[in-house]
Ligand binder design. Structure first.
Ligand SMILES: *[C@@H]1O[C@H](CO)[C@@H](O)[C@H](O)[C@H]1NC(C)=O
Ligand SMILES: *[C@@H]1O[C@H](CO)[C@@H](O)[C@H](O)[C@H]1NC(C)=O
Ligand SMILES: *[C@@H]1O[C@H](CO)[C@@H](O)[C@H](O)[C@H]1NC(C)=O
Ligand SMILES: *[C@@H]1O[C@H](CO)[C@@H](O)[C@H](O)[C@H]1NC(C)=O
Ligand SMILES: *[C@@H]1O[C@H](CO)[C@@H](O)[C@H](O)[C@H]1NC(C)=O
Ligand SMILES: *[C@@H]1O[C@H](CO)[C@@H](O)[C@H](O)[C@H]1NC(C)=O
Ligand SMILES: *[C@@H]1O[C@H](CO)[C@@H](O)[C@H](O)[C@H]1NC(C)=O
Ligand SMILES: *[C@@H]1O[C@H](CO)[C@@H](O)[C@H](O)[C@H]1NC(C)=O
Ligand SMILES: *[C@@H]1O[C@H](CO)[C@@H](O)[C@H](O)[C@H]1NC(C)=O
Length: 373
């Protein structure tokens, strides 16, 4: 790292320039972890490691210090896997844990790690007989050491994504099947969760899929998979509970048929000045869309900057991962054809375009990407 604080560059905030960056990508159903290298000067994207694993991870997440990688596992038994990262290509499998409680028949769909002690790992199963969440403890090396808590949402729930507030004291869960948003408080000693509130999606069939919180802690952004919209919720400072601001933006064109799409992912840019969101096409001939938004300093959405077709439907992916060092770059993953692309945000945020494309065809790639550096 040549600089540790963001500096304005051509209107976009950037901490590091002229470097080679590594990303790790997981898959649906095929048992590989791929490491890619993106050169932000030459604008090249290359596969530098193809690691065979014993678990296909439909979602992967880094630990706060990037010394561990956690993944969902769709193999026997269904649960979560834990790896040590010596670097972006030297990845060592450590252990797996089985989903417990009422959720053993569910498929693990999402995982993320707290950036605050005790650095617990949070997972969500989807489908099955009942809906639960998983809180996992880690040892001093960040390796998952066991199932700390199996907690329950409701019998109609299907939680597909989660996000923390900036202090990691509150966890928000997007309940796609239950059309709800859940708030839990985090025990700072054990990492365990306690129910705080459950609010409904903006309308019947909105179906919150993924969520992101602005670094100010004042706004929650919600992908409405069914409505194909992005919704803005304000977070109450005293209670931490989000409430709908009656603000939504379309993630498909106004003349498109909503039932031909399912919206996917939302993520805040490096500086907190921009928001990325995506939708997927459900039919093989229907492209997905990528959209960008400008945000106020507190995180209120000020403008939808663009709504641009993606290369393909996105398959079950079209997941967007903004880089952790610049507003300029975001990685988009596709599982219809199997590829990863790097998208560049224009200097004034008004548009985004593809600068690098890498095909990764193995029958299951690509799920989501994480930026190692
Ligand atoms: C999970 O761990 C068990 C016990 O070590 C092992 O038998 C199994 O193969 C592992 N499964 C995966 C998918 O890693
Ligand atoms: C990771 O470390 C290994 C040695 O364990 C080294 O061979 C490899 O080049 C390193 N990879 C990267 C991307 O730095
Ligand atoms: C979670 O569920 C698993 C499987 O039923 C069980 O082995 C484990 O003891 C449970 N853990 C907690 C903390 O409830
Ligand atoms: C919480 O959400 C579920 C949907 O998952 C719903 O059925 C239930 O009524 C909600 N409970 C409350 C108290 O709002
Ligand atoms: C409310 O705001 C204060 C001051 O910014 C902050 O320390 C606190 O964490 C906030 N509370 C919640 C629940 O977000
Ligand atoms: C929500 O906003 C729409 C216009 O965008 C308006 O017609 C409607 O009255 C608003 N609803 C509430 C409850 O404010
Ligand atoms: C996609 O193909 C289906 C079936 O052939 C057709 O009904 C639909 O109109 C097509 N959609 C688009 C956007 O071309
Ligand atoms: C952003 O920059 C592009 C050229 O790079 C220009 O065409 C466009 O008008 C600019 N938009 C705004 C809002 O400044
Ligand atoms: C990774 O390697 C395996 C063979 O070990 C191969 O089957 C697979 O296609 C490779 N993946 C890519 C994207 O090249």
């Amino acid at each position: 790292m040549r600089a540790s604080t963001p500096v304005a560059l051509l209107g976009l905030a950037t901490a590091v320039m002229g470097e080679v960056h590594q990303l790790i990508v997981g898959t649906f159903g095929t048992e590989f972890l791929y490491t890619l290298e993106f050169d932000d000067q030459a604008l090249t994207l290359d596969l530098i490691s193809n690691m065979s694993t014993n678990a296909a991870s439909s979602w992967i997440a880094l630990s706060h210090d990037k010394k561990n990688l956690y993944g969902t596992s769709w193999n026997i038994p269904t649960g979560y896997v834990s790896y040590t990262l010596n670097n972006a290509t030297d990845i060592v499998y450590d252990t797996n844990v089985t989903i417990g409680g009422d959720c053993q028949s569910s498929k693990a769909i999402f995982i993320m790690a707290s950036s605050e002690p005790p650095y617990a790992v949070y997972g969500s199963p989807f489908g099955g007989t009942a809906d639960c969440g998983s809180v996992m403890s880690v040892n001093a090396d960040g390796v998952i050491s066991g199932m700390q808590q199996n907690y329950t949402y409701s019998s109609s729930s299907g939680v597909h994504g989660m996000a923390f507030n900036p202090a990691n004291t509150l966890l928000y869960s997007s309940d796609d099947s239950g059309n709800a948003l859940w708030t839990h408080s985090v025990d700072q000693t054990t990492g365990e969760l306690t129910y705080v509130a459950n609010v409904s999606g903006p309308a019947t069939g909105s179906d919150p899929r993924h969520v992101a919180v602005h670094p100010s802690g004042e706004y929650l952004y919600v992908i409405l998979e069914g409505a194909n919209e992005l919704a803005q919720y304000s977070i109450d400072n005293a209670t931490g509970v989000p409430s709908f601001d009656n603000v939504t933006y379309p993630l498909i064109p106004s003349d498109a048929t909503s039932s031909s799409y399912w919206s996917d992912e939302v993520a805040v840019s490096f500086s907190g000045n921009y928001l990325w969101a995506t939708s997927r096409g459900r039919a093989t001939n229907t492209t997905g869309y990528i959209s960008g938004f400008s945000l106020s300093t507190t995180g209120a959405i000020t403008q939808q900057m663009f709504l641009t077709p993606t290369t393909s439907t996105g398959g079950t992916s079209n997941s967007i991962a903004p880089s952790g060092f610049s507003d300029k770059w975001a990685a988009l993953t596709d599982s219809a054809s199997g590829f990863v692309e790097i998208w560049e945000l224009a200097a004034n945020g008004s548009a985004a375009s593809i600068v690098a494309h890498l095909d990764l065809v193995d029958g299951g790639c690509c799920a989501n990407a994480v930026w190692y550096n």
